[in-house]
Design a protein around this ligand. Structure first.
Ligand code: GDD
Length: 404
């Protein structure tokens, strides 16, 4: 892959947010001779072998809730073979067992591809018992099972990636129509880790475009309604502390992102679709050096790298109410941050009222937050979840089937 080296970054304490990096070639060929690498180069060529090496250490978590089987299969087609895939499904089991259909379809797919896939259901009582055994009950609901939500599925996937010894964890939504786009995202995750290195690195994808039909013609929109608002508010927050207006944040809502497992295990999570913007908030709160936290050591650099993908992103359209939830959820994380100044709170409040997202008399409710997974006893979790972890398909000749 040939990719631009970031030219700028904004810094707050130990957090560095790098400017958007453009991709110039999805495949730039094998390793170039050392003489061709120049100090003043503005682009870098990352050989396919190096990208594969990173992918071998990567788990890709695919959250699923009632998506079409053809879409899920397309996503799996796009994930490079060296990655371990962890499908976390919250699809209903009653009155029609949709999860069974997913298991059957994915198992069949893995027979042809020899892909390593672990398929778990979010409501699997074994996983819930493992969280309880590990002393992390926050994620469990009144029924003692893991709560609904994409964020909760991501947390499950992260812990499983950790148990299975992966160094990096990436997330790819299961409702993506283009396997080629998925393939590109995962390659870009690896590229980001190769360029930035470090144990506390995040790679976030900014979609090149999201095609829509406007007046019977294809229109390649760049920013969605939610991402535009969320990015602006995060940039305003940053500008407030640096004193310099910035537009550096382009990936506030980015569902497609990856992190080192070490960082993913040390971060707090917000529920639902506030999960992605909250990553920014949590990192700025924990490592921004503005408010006192347990991470006072500013030498521990946290790097947020943003890469602009080339494929258009086409995913299932879930309707206006869903977008409204995302807008409210993402802005609520910023509004309720301990870092948010009063003037920005007032601006967010006014914007939500003007857009009709907050009605007269309503106040913006805080989003439920989970403590970091560092509080989970991994040994206890691993022991209790062993039977689930052993269900990997394609992992070894001994385990080629899936147990429902
Ligand atoms: N495991 C699990 N559990 N997965 C879920 C759940 C759940 O409760 N709810 C939704 N998912 C899965 C969906 O099946 C899909 O693969 C993915 O999570 C994203 O959910 P969508 O409902 O399709 O969200 P979206 O496509 O509108 O929004 C996506 O893009 C946004 C950026 O524009 C999400 O990734 C957002 O988080 C992101 O901010």
């Amino acid at each position: 892959m040939r990719i631009e080296i970031p030219r700028e970054f904004e810094r707050l304490g130990a957090v560095r947010i790098y400017g958007l990096q453009k991709v110039y070639e999805l495949d730039s060929g094998p390793e170039e001779a050392p003489t061709s690498a120049r100090d003043d180069a503005v682009v870098r060529s990352l050989p396919a072998e190096a990208i594969y090496e990173v992918q071998r250490e990567m788990a890709i978590v695919v959250p699923v809730r009632s998506e079409r089987l053809k879409l899920i299969e397309g996503v799996l087609v796009g994930i490079p073979n060296p990655c371990l895939v962890i499908v976390v499904s919250n699809s209903p089991r009653e009155p029609i067992d949709r999860h069974f259909l997913e298991l059957e379809s994915i198992t069949n797919f893995c027979r042809f591809t020899r892909k390593q896939v672990l398929i778990v259901h979010q409501k699997d009582p074994v996983i819930a018992a493992a969280f309880a055994a590990g002393g992390f009950t926050d994620v469990l609901g009144k029924d003692s099972l893991v709560r609904d939500g994409k964020a909760e599925g991501m947390m499950m996937g992260t812990v499983l990636a950790r148990i299975l010894g992966r160094r990096y964890v990436g997330f790819v939504d299961s409702d993506n129509y283009f396997p080629g786009a998925v393939n590109e995202y995962v390659r870009e995750y690896a590229a980001g880790f190769l360029i930035h290195g470090g144990d506390h690195t995040v790679v976030r994808i900014s979609w090149h475009s999201k095609p829509k039909i406007v007046e019977q013609a294809l229109y390649f929109a760049k920013w969605g309604r939610s991402s535009r608002r969320c990015n602006r508010a995060l940039n305003q927050l940053l500008s407030h502390f640096t004193g310099f207006e910035t537009e550096i944040v382009k990936t506030g809502n980015s569902g497609e992102h990856a992190m080192t497992v070490e960082l993913a295990m040390s971060m707090r999570y917000a529920t639902g679709f506030a999960v992605e913007p909250y990553h920014y908030i949590d990192l700025l709160e924990q490592y921004g050096g503005v408010i006192p936290t347990e991470h006072g050591d500013m030498r521990r650099l946290v790097r947020i790298c943003q890469i602009e993908s080339r494929n258009p992103h086409l995913h299932a359209d879930k309707g206006d109410a869903h977008v409204a939830d995302m807008i409210v959820g993402s802005l609520a994380t910023i509004y309720h941050s301990r870092l948010c100044p009063v003037w920005l709170q007032q601006e967010i409040d006014a914007e939500l009222r003007q857009g009709g997202y907050l009605k007269e008399g309503d106040t913006l409710k805080p989003i439920r937050l989970y403590p970091s997974l560092a509080g989970l006893n991994l040994e206890q979790f691993g022991a209790a979840a062993q039977s689930v972890v052993d269900r990997r398909v394609g992992a070894s000749p001994a385990s080629t089937g899936v147990v429902a």
